[in-house]
Design a protein around this ligand. Structure first.
Ligand code: NAD
Length: 245
């Protein structure tokens, strides 16, 4: 069998650089890397699987080429439109795809704890998610905050699009028991902080994760690519990779 080789897309970016270092640390060969202006159709045939941390605008092209060549894909990019999300889902019927808003072990533990806490604390607790990232981040709220809200909404039987409120400005009245608040802070060089607040009358529970290095995401993405190598077509997330399901 030929050697397992990675294609790193968005290779000049913060995460792309971290993925190249993580691959080296885990002894995984990088067969090619590309950024804006480079040819995907030249790079992908040299590799077994792609790790993508670039832009959601690139996802359509990357999926089409991966489908054409039958290559697996690890997508870390966030901020996708509904149409792009549907394309990812469709492609995963033919090729294996790991798609995760966060590749760190700590955040995936936070996802697990969030579901458990929401189930245990019950419907009387108000739910708010607060995230903070560096000043360069393009999408808001973060993909991780979105996943946290989707977990909370799932436990409460709520809908992400209709029951979640981004920020709270002006004369908006008291919060309703149904809503889930999402708040995005931007500044400095914060790698990624997420807090889930469960607030009731007289008490409050807060679950917080703080990332201080991108290496935690990059190492998880390389681990996901190695895990994906012998998997059939399907849509997987980091909980599958870590065996948390
Ligand atoms: P960045 O801006 O530092 O890097 C993105 C890179 O992608 C840039 O070099 C850019 O030129 C390149 N790029 C853009 N369009 C491209 C295209 N069409 N073809 C090839 N390359 C292209 O951003 P970043 O901080 O590295 O983050 C990248 C993405 O990863 C963002 O969506 C971010 O939210 C996400 N992210 C996810 C996780 C996770 O664990 N899932 C962690 C951190 C960041």
């Amino acid at each position: 069998m030929s050697e397992f080789k990675l294609l790193v897309t968005g290779c000049k970016g913060r995460m792309g650089q971290a993925v190249i270092s993580a691959a080296e640390a885990q002894g995984v060969a990088v067969g090619a890397s590309m950024d804006v202006g480079d040819s995907l159709s030249e790079a992908l045939p040299k590799c077994s699987c792609t790790i993508d941390f670039s832009s959601h605008h690139f996802t359509k092209e990357l999926l089409a080429e991966s489908l054409r060549l039958g290559k697996g894909l690890v997508i870390g990019t966030t901020g996708h439109t509904d149409e792009e999300l549907a394309l990812i889902k469709e492609a995963s019927k033919t090729i294996p795809v790991v798609f995760a808003s966060n590749f760190s072990v700590g955040v995936n533990t936070l996802f697990w704890l969030t579901r458990k806490a929401a189930e245990l604390l019950g419907p009387d607790f108000d739910l708010e998610v607060v995230e903070m990232h560096h000043r360069m981040k393009k999408d808001s709220p973060s993909g991780t905050a979105r996943t946290l809200v989707e977990i909370l909404a799932g436990v409460r039987g709520l809908d992400y699009d209709t029951d979640c409120r981004h920020g709270r400005f002006g004369d908006v009245g008291a919060r309703t028991p149904k809503e889930i608040g999402v708040h995005a802070l931007r500044g400095g060089d914060v790698v990624g902080d997420h807090t889930v607040v469960f607030a009731n009358l007289g008490e409050r529970v807060e679950l917080t994760h703080k990332a201080s290095s991108r290496d935690t995401f990059a190492g998880g993405a390389v681990r996901a690519a190695r895990w994906l190598a012998d998997k059939p077509a399907g849509l997987y997330d980091m909980q599958d990779v870590l065996g948390l399901k």
